[in-house]
Ligand binder design. Structure first.
Ligand SMILES: C[S@@+](CC[C@H](N)C(=O)[O-])C[C@H]1O[C@@H](n2cnc3c(N)ncnc32)[C@H](O)[C@@H]1O
Length: 306
């Protein structure tokens, strides 16, 4: 699990938490549906573990899902394109970044997005109110080297080629089309930023609308898992999901935030994971809180899953 390929650097990626989230996958899932896929870290991890054979990868940000589709289906062409673009950034890489950004905002070419994500600190893109990318580049690094990028792209293609469908729908339209025995994994943009504006992502979502949509999934007795905010120290972020949804909530220790470390604070972040009733009924163990550093959790996972 440690060396999962990850061509797409993306803020809020669940790559590190994937080994724990996968513990809650029931056996014999028909298809994994990632409604807020981002970098599709959970689909990639599930494929690497051989847990699921079919995937539906969705994110409202169409440049992102088009990019993921290229990674899975046209890995050679995408790697060649990245290599050329990356090499062109010499001698003035900052100016090159801004020129590529302008072109991306004009054309929405997903291949340019790959380079821009690789050049921002931790894939932390920012959007303005018109939906245009306005993040500046990491001034100290040139972004993933082409040979590493190629390895990561080929790694994902090996796992997902021919097995995944890609869409850029609103999550509620995905909900309408999910079926019994699909497992739906949701990692919506964090709350805290109200309403539909969220500069960190292409779009935010409303808590109330999300809860309403989840009510239908619950009524249909579907299998789903939601990553939803959490707490740092005693401070909780966002609202809890209501009891009427009949979900089981557990916490995963996600580590110390870089901000807390910088300030010398001894604060650990915990992320919430909610499991649907239909899902917990299928598990042959009781969900628990994962209040231990991730490294210790991984070894526990690897022991129990082999
Ligand atoms: C927290 S990120 C997901 C990160 C992902 N789990 C990963 O590992 O990379 C949330 C994603 O939700 C997407 N999003 C925002 N509003 C959406 C909507 N209404 N429907 C579908 N996706 C949406 C954003 O574009 C963003 O990529």
């Amino acid at each position: 699990m440690k060396n999962l390929p990850h061509p797409i650097q993306y803020q809020g990626s669940k790559r590190n938490l994937a080994p724990i989230i996968l513990r809650y996958f029931p056996k014999a899932v028909n298809r994994l549906v990632e409604t807020f896929a981002g970098s599709a870290a959970i689909s990639i991890a599930a494929a690497a573990k051989g847990l699921v054979q079919r995937y539906w990868i969705n994110d409202l940000n169409h440049a992102l899902t088009e990019l993921l589709e290229l990674v899975a289906e046209k890995p050679e062409e995408l790697s060649d394109f990245y290599e050329q673009l990356w090499n062109h950034q010499h001698p003035d890489s900052i100016d090159h970044f801004y020129r590529v950004r302008d072109e991306f905002n004009r054309t929405h070419d997903p291949r340019l997005f790959l380079y821009l994500l690789a050049r921002c600190v931790k894939g932390s893109v920012r959007y303005n109110s018109e939906g245009l990318l306005n993040q500046s580049p990491d001034k100290r690094r040139l972004g993933t080297r082409p040979e590493t990028m190629r390895k990561n792209i080929m790694g994902v293609a090996c796992l997902l080629k021919g097995k995944a469908a890609f869409t850029s729908l609103d999550y509620r339209d995905v909900f309408k089309r999910v079926e019994q025995n699909d497992l739906i994994y949701m990692d919506p943009p964090y709350q805290g930023v109200c309403g539909h504006r969220d500069a960190r992502y292409y779009s935010g979502i409303s808590h109330e609308e999300f809860v309403e949509a989840l009510q239908e999934l619950t009524a249909r007795n579907l299998l789903f898992i939601i990553s939803y905010d959490g707490r740092r120290g005693d401070k909780t972020f966002g609202e809890f999901l209501p009891e009427s949804l009949d979900l089981t909530r557990i916490e995963i220790e996600a580590g110390r935030s870089s901000q807390s470390t910088l300030l010398g604070l001894d604060e650990v972040t915990f992320e919430s994971l909610y499991l649907s009733r239909a899902l917990t009924e299928k598990l042959n163990f009781k969900p628990i809180n994962h209040h231990k550093p991730l490294q210790q959790q991984y070894s526990l996972f690897d022991r129990t899953s082999t």
